[in-house]
Design a binder for this molecule. Structure first.
Ligand SMILES: N[C@H](CCC[C@H](N)C(=O)O)C(=O)O
Length: 276
C-alpha cells in the first residue's frame, strides 16, 4: 500500500500525520512501529490518524498511536498539529474545530497569530485511570529507592500522568525513574512521567518521560498535568508558562471541574509517501 503522510511537530514532539478521511486505511501495531522507527522508517514519537467524525457534534475523529505501536487516549501537541493539518489540507475552513478522541471531545481553536489553543477537557482523578494513593500527596508515595524525597501527584488528561517535583530538571533522573514509574503496577495502564521544577507561580520547567516512547522534547498533556498538580499543591496560579526542552506552552486552568486550556505552535515539516 502506498501511503501519503505529513511530518509535523509541536515543540519538537514529532508526528507522522495521516489523512484517513480521503485514504481508507487501518494500520496495525507493526506498521505503526515501522512508521515511527527513526532508522528503518520515517521516525516520530506518535502516529496521528485524521478520520471522519464518530461522535455527534464533532467534525473529525483523532486517533493517536505511540511509537511502540500502542493506541492511546490523548495527545496535546498532536491536537495542535491536527488543527493545522486539517486547515492546510482544506478538510475544513473553520477556526474552531471539534474533534473526537478516545478520551472524549476536545475543541481546537486556530488563532490569528498562527498558534493553536486546545480545550483539553477536565482533569480526572478516578481510580480506574490513576492510583488515588498518589493523588496530590506530599511526601512522595514510596516509589522505591532514589526518590524518597520527591513529591508525586497523579492526574488523567484522558491519558495517565505522574508528576514529580524536582529542584532542577537538568539533574532530574528522567531516564532512570521515568521507565520505572511508567511501568509500575501502581498505574493500571502505565503512565507518562513529568519532572517539574517550579520557578514562580506562573512559570515551571518540565521534562517528560512519555509512556510508549521515552523522553520527548515536549508533551502537551504532560504540561497540562504538571500545571494542574502544581495548582492543587497551592504552588501555581491559573496561568502557567511551561518551559519544555523543545519550547514553551501556555496552560490556563480555572480550577477543579474546569477544562484545561493549552496554547502553543504547530509546525508542518514535509510531505512524503511510503510503501507499507
Ligand atoms: N505518550 C502519551 C501520548 C502522547 C502525549 C504527548 N505527546 C502530548 O503531547 O500530550 C501516552 O501514552 O499517554
Amino acid at each position: 500500500m502506498r501511503l501519503r503522510f505529513t511530518k509535523m511537530h509541536g515543540l519538537g514532539n514529532d508526528f507522522v500525520v495521516i489523512d484517513a478521511v480521503r485514504q481508507r486505511l487501518t494500520l496495525n501495531a507493526e506498521q505503526i512501529r515501522y512508521l515511527a522507527d527513526r532508522h528503518f522508517g520515517v521516525g516520530c514519537d506518535q502516529v496521528l490518524l485524521v478520520e471522519a467524525p464518530r461522535i455527534d457534534g464533532t467534525d473529525f475523529h483523532y486517533r493517536i498511536f505511540n511509537a511502540d505501536g500502542g493506541e492511546v487516549e490523548q495527545c496535546g501537541n498532536g491536537a495542535r498539529c491536527f488543527a493545522r493539518y486539517v486547515r492546510d489540507e482544506g478538510l475544513t475552513q473553520a477556526d474552531q474545530i471539534r474533534v473526537g478522541t478516545a478520551a472524549g471531545a476536545i475543541v481546537l481553536q486556530v488563532r490569528a497569530d498562527g498558534q493553536v489553543s486546545v480545550e483539553m477537557g477536565i482533569p480526572r482523578f478516578n481510580p480506574t485511570e490513576i492510583p488515588l494513593q498518589v493523588r496530590n500527596r506530599a511526601p512522595a508515595y514510596d516509589l522505591g529507592s532514589g526518590c524518597e524525597a520527591m513529591r508525586i501527584g497523579a492526574v488523567s488528561m484522558g491519558n495517565p500522568h505522574a508528576v514529580l517535583a524536582v529542584g532542577n530538571v537538568d539533574e532530574a533522573p528522567v531516564g532512570e525513574l521515568g521507565p520505572r514509574i511508567e511501568r509500575k503496577s501502581l498505574f493500571p495502564h502505565g503512565a507518562n512521567v513529568g519532572f517539574m521544577e517550579r520557578r514562580a507561580s506562573d512559570l515551571i520547567r518540565l521534562r517528560v518521560w512519555e509512556r510508549g516512547v521515552g523522553e520527548t522534547l515536549a508533551c502537551g498533556t504532560g504540561a497540562c498535568a504538571a500545571a494542574v498538580i502544581g495548582r492543587l499543591w497551592g504552588e501555581l496560579g491559573e496561568s502557567v508558562q511551561v518551559q519544555l526542552p523543545g519550547g514553551t506552552l501556555l496552560i490556563d486552568w480555572r480550577g477543579e471541574g474546569e477544562p484545561v486550556m493549552m496554547t502553543g505552535p504547530a509546525t508542518r515539516v514535509f510531505d512524503g509517501e511510503i510503501d507499507l
